[in-house]
Design a protein around this ligand. Structure first.
Ligand code: NAD
Ligand code: GLY
Length: 367
């Protein structure tokens, strides 16, 4: 059957590419037409996704490439580090992959970020394609070219901007996603409302039950609108000189939660969901929004199945621990933490805040 899909373009000059969104795309050979010619294609995935979708993807690619190889990584955020990245390089070199090899990232954001970074650096750069299979990866991480790995001292600290050749979002893959992961993806969908599109926030509120029930049409629209907003932002500021930082709404607090608890304890989307509540409280304390904005966002995040209260990271000085971790954020400038705040309807800004105020927010929002 011919799949039905829509396409969102990412307009970056010679690095432009399409994001195809639809059902039945992953195992359909025509989805992968018009990619750079290569002898080798290598599908990088993990132990969870491989048994679900690797055969379908490898078969679909077989008509396009003379050799299609599979590299299966351990699953989880706790494996997003040098040693796992090196497994990809070991496999590529071991299989004799040359500079014309094309990589396919099949999985969630962890596989996508690591495969993208491997593609950026293997033989100084080979092409790659994102085939995201989590909601979070379809609405955010597969798009825009941020790739990388974690360091024990900070999240996503080592990496590169490197754009894929194409993104193929098959909504069907979301049927097998655990409910907790679906909620984590909804955090990044919700994110786009307060920073860019209040009509989309209205739509998410009205369609949250359908999204949680995995209605394919609702999911496809959520992915499409999210990708359109991300494409609009990235098209203006590919390397995060300014505007793109708004996509990190909730991430400054969220990354501190992830690093403070140990990667993988809370899901990235859970940390971002809670981080958005904390960032909204900070916005209110800075006098930028009123309590209604905070309450509305907090309610939606809770209804999406996400935590709205932060964890204790240190029994003796919890706020101090958050502050220390947030100073390592990539947006920090000379040790001053920069927060993405809401400063108007569908408008975000990046700014500093007095430590005392941030401490108040952490004390208020953490158990
Ligand atoms: P993930 O990659 O860990 O995937 C979540 C879990 O779902 C994993 O266990 C995975 O194996 C499993 N899974 C994937 N697809 C599945 C499917 N269809 N059915 C069943 N199980 C499936 O997590 P994620 O939430 O996709 O991504 C989080 C990562 O993305 C973080 O490392 C974060 O830093 C990164 N990220 C990157 C960007 C970016 O711009 N590059 C943006 C946001 C997040
Ligand atoms: N997820 C944030 C970004 O892509 O910039």
């Amino acid at each position: 059957m011919t799949p039905t899909f829509s396409t969102v373009p990412i307009d970056l000059g010679e690095r432009s590419y399409p994001i195809h969104i639809g059902t039945g795309l992953l195992g359909h050979a025509a989805s992968y037409a018009n990619l750079p010619k290569a002898a080798h294609a290598v599908v990088v995935t993990n132990t969870t996704v491989s048994p679900l979708y690797a055969d379908a993807l490898v078969s679909a690619l077989a008509g396009h490439y003379s050799a299609v190889e599979l590299v299966v990584l351990p699953d989880g955020e706790s494996h997003k580090h040098w040693q796992t990245l090196n497994q990809i390089f070991d496999a590529l070199l071991g299989k004799g992959c040359d500079r014309k090899t094309i990589l396919f990232a099949l999985g969630g954001g962890v596989v996508g970020d690591m495969t993208g970074f491997a593609a950026a650096s293997y033989m100084r750069g080979v092409p790659f394609v994102q085939v995201p299979t989590t909601l979070l990866a379809q609405v955010d991480s597969s798009v825009g070219g941020k790739t990388g790995i974690n360091h024990p001292l900070g999240k996503n600290m080592i990496g590169a901007f490197y754009q894929p050749q194409m993104v193929v979002c098959d909504i069907d893959t979301l049927k097998t996603l655990p409910a907790r992961e679906l909620s984590a993806g909804l955090a990044e969908v919700i994110k786009y409302g307060p920073i860019a599109d209040l009509q989309f926030l209205d739509w998410i509120e009205a369609n949250l039950d359908a999204l949680l029930a995995r209605d394919p049409q609702a999911l496809a629209y959520a992915v499409q609108r999210s990708c359109e907003i991300k494409a609009w932002v990235v098209g203006q500021d590919e390397r995060e000189a300014g505007l793109r930082a708004i996509l990190n709404f909730g991430h400054t607090f969220g990354h501190a939660i992830e690093a403070g608890l140990g990667y993988g304890e809370w899901l990235h989307g859970e940390a971002v969901g809670c981080g958005m509540v904390m960032a909204a409280h900070l916005s209110q304390r800075l006098g930028l929004v009123d309590a209604n904005v905070v309450d509305r966002l907090t309610r939606l995040i809770a209804q999406a199945g996400l935590p709205t209260q932060g964890p204790q990271l240190d029994a003796s000085d919890n706020a101090g621990r958050y502050l220390a971790l947030m100073r390592l954020d990539k947006k920090s400038e000379a040790g001053d933490i920069r927060f993405v705040v809401i400063d108007g309807p569908a408008r975000a800004a990046v700014r500093g805040a007095p430590d005392a105020l941030v401490r108040e927010v952490i004390d208020h929002c953490c158990r």
